[in-house]
Design a protein around this ligand. Structure first.
Ligand code: UD1
Ligand code: CA
Length: 456
């Protein structure tokens, strides 16, 4: 049986990123809700090997942000070039490993491209990711002869003729571990920038008879690096456009494909989901068949079942919306809320950590927190669960078929039994018995002979 080679991915992330104009480490700036470095790390998750990140200053900040990931961290205290950076990360590289080199500030590299890069790498062959650019200025140029790639020359070291070359080095390569260790130890810094160039190993490979396979990305954005906030936004827009196209391919209808933002994982559970303009999805969101999301809504970590209608300007976080529910406009559904099927939540209603039973209605201007609401309950306008005494939170229980009149305060802990009605304006402090009308109301009075005050 052939020995299974290990893939070691070395991600370079020691550069200062001065041009970002930010106090945050460059690789922590986000594309579609995830730090760029996290995207680079996730791009190799299917390759099932070790990930080594070479960091510079900002190390603590970067490590903390990527704490959940299995990463070996190595410091490059002084940035002496890409070759020097890779050298910091090769301690654990074994002779027959395949080493994949990525950049922490190139966030949109595709798994399919990397699979092509690592396949077939051995002592006789390596891969280099190159791309033809209309404007190659600034990049290392790929110098070829009839027999293939010969070397890479950096912009600052290139001749006038070499500067004409449109094929450039993306910096991403895959190479045998033993050969890489050998070549890195032979690097010199006698060039225009006095740096140890990783790119010099290409000429060494050619001299050692190792063939260089050029792999190309599906699009330029896949290999684009981020050096400024403007470039960050260009990749963000590219990513969002691609996501919108993918959603439409999966069966969604979009109000405007250029006005939807998916910052996480959006899963369509059925066809004909309709998403209106300016909707933002964050974290893990699932949408069932025929779900409608109204304009300007923000949906975070939420599951919405089929035929539910979220009306405009609603904000939902960490909740479950049953099928055929309607929510909003202007509803705020907070973490821990579960709406059973066919529940209706109207405008200016806030619900937190509550269960709302099947077919129940909370149509206007209410606050429902820490509540257990049965089925077919009708909660009148302006109802408030008083769940907090300034120190502790208490529960409100409202059983099936209850009717709560408008303007009621339910002072928790309190229970409204099955089928009860609560009169409008009640301040409920004790249990309301089933199938009875309970109300607390001060007597109405009119003062006869009362006179309006006048100015003296
Ligand atoms: C490098 C390549 C160039 C290629 C270009 C693609 C070399 C010598 N040149 O250019 O051929 O076209 O990338 O963008 O490799 N880094 C470190 N430590 C260092 C230097 C760099 O970690 O000492 C990291 C940076 O954080 C960055 C990446 O390596 O993520 C590339 O560095 P950068 O300075 O942008 O690359 P160039 O040298 O301009
Ligand atoms: Ca650069």
């Amino acid at each position: 049986m052939k020995h299974q080679m290990d893939i070691k991915t070395i991600i370079l992330a020691a550069g200062k990123g001065t041009r970002m104009g930010s106090n945050r480490a460059k690789v922590l700036h986000k594309i579609a809700g995830k730090p760029m470095l996290q995207r680079a790390v996730e791009s190799v998750e299917d390759l099932d090997g070790e990930v080594i990140v070479v960091f510079g200053h900002d190390g603590e900040q970067v490590k903390e942000s990527l704490a959940p990931f299995d990463i070996s961290w190595v410091e490059q205290a002084e940035q002496l070039g890409t070759g020097h950076a890779v050298q910091q990360g090769i301690d654990e590289v074994k002779d027959d490993d395949t080493v994949l080199i990525l950049y922490g500030d190139v966030p949109l590299i595709k798994k399919s491209t990397l699979a092509k890069m690592v396949s077939g790498v051995d002592k006789t062959s390596m891969s280099l990711l190159t791309v033809n650019l209309e404007n190659p200025t600034g990049y290392g140029r790929i110098v070829r002869s009839e027999s293939g790639i010969q070397k890479i020359v950096e912009q600052k070291d290139a001749t006038v003729l070499e500067l004409e070359i449109a094929e450039v080095n993306t910096g991403i390569m895959a190479v045998n571990g033993g050969l890489l260790v050998k070549w890195l130890s032979a690097l010199k810094s006698d060039n225009a920038q006095n740096e140890y160039y990783l790119t010099d190993i290409i000429e060494m490979a050619v001299n050692d008879g190792v063939s260089i396979k050029a792999v190309h990305p599906q699009c330029e954005e896949e290999v684009q690096g981020v050096n400024s906030k403007s470039q960050l936004n260009k990749l963000e827009r590219h990513f969002q456009n691609e996501t919108a196209e993918w959603l439409m391919d999966e069966g969604a209808i979009l109000g405007d494909a250029s006005r939807i933002d998916v910052r996480g994982n959006l899963v369509l559970k059925g066809l004909d989901v309709y998403i209106d303009c300016n909707v933002i999805f964050e974290g893990h969101v699932e949408l069932g068949e025929n779900v409608v999301i109204g304009a300007n809504s923000i949906i975070t970590d939420t599951i919405i079942h089929k035929n539910a209608h979220i009306k405009p300007n609603s904000v939902l976080e960490n909740c479950v919306i049953g099928s055929n529910c309607t929510v909003g406009p202007f509803a705020r559904i907070r973490p821990g809320t579960v709406l059973a099927d066919s529940a209706h939540v109207g405008n200016f209603v806030e619900i937190k950590k509550s269960n709302v039973g099947e077919g129940s209605k909370i149509s206007h201007l209410s606050y429902i927190g820490d509540a257990e609401i049965g089925s077919k309950v009708n909660i009148g306008a302006g109802t408030i669960t008083c769940n907090y005494d300034g120190v502790n939170k208490f529960k409100t229980v409202i059983e099936d078929d209850v009717f709560i009149g408008s303007g009621t305060q339910l002072v928790a802990p309190v229970t409204v039994r099955k089928g009860a009605s609560i009169g409008a304006g009640t301040t409920l402090t004790k249990e309301a018995p089933e199938h009875a009308l309970t109300l607390s109301r001060s007597k109405q009075m009119t003062l006869k002979g009362w006179k309006k005050p006048t100015k003296d």
